[in-house]
Design a protein around this ligand. Structure first.
Ligand SMILES: [Zn+2]
Ligand SMILES: [Zn+2]
Length: 77
């Protein structure tokens, strides 16, 4: 059985995710997002979708990017 990296829950349906060469074990997507999802550089929320990247920063949406002074960015789908 695998233990969740975040909450330590021992769960028989745990899954593993490999990101940047490191393998993580989670019991739920909630824990996976908590551990791995990047945060928006403007509003601080978790970026679960594709997000918008500009000038080396990641935003949850084009609106947040424009609020941070990034111009001409559209939502990437
Ligand atoms: Zn967990
Ligand atoms: Zn945002």
């Amino acid at each position: 059985m695998a233990k969740c990296d975040v909450c330590g829950n021992d769960y028989d349906k745990a899954f593993q995710l490999t990101m940047a060469g490191r393998t993580h074990t989670f019991d739920s997507f909630e824990c996976a997002i908590h551990s791995l999802a990047p945060t928006c550089a403007h509003c601080g929320c978790r970026v679960i979708g594709h997000g918008a990247e500009a000038k080396g920063k990641l935003f949850c949406c084009a609106h947040c990017a424009s609020q941070s002074g990034v111009r001409g960015l559209d939502d990437r789908v």
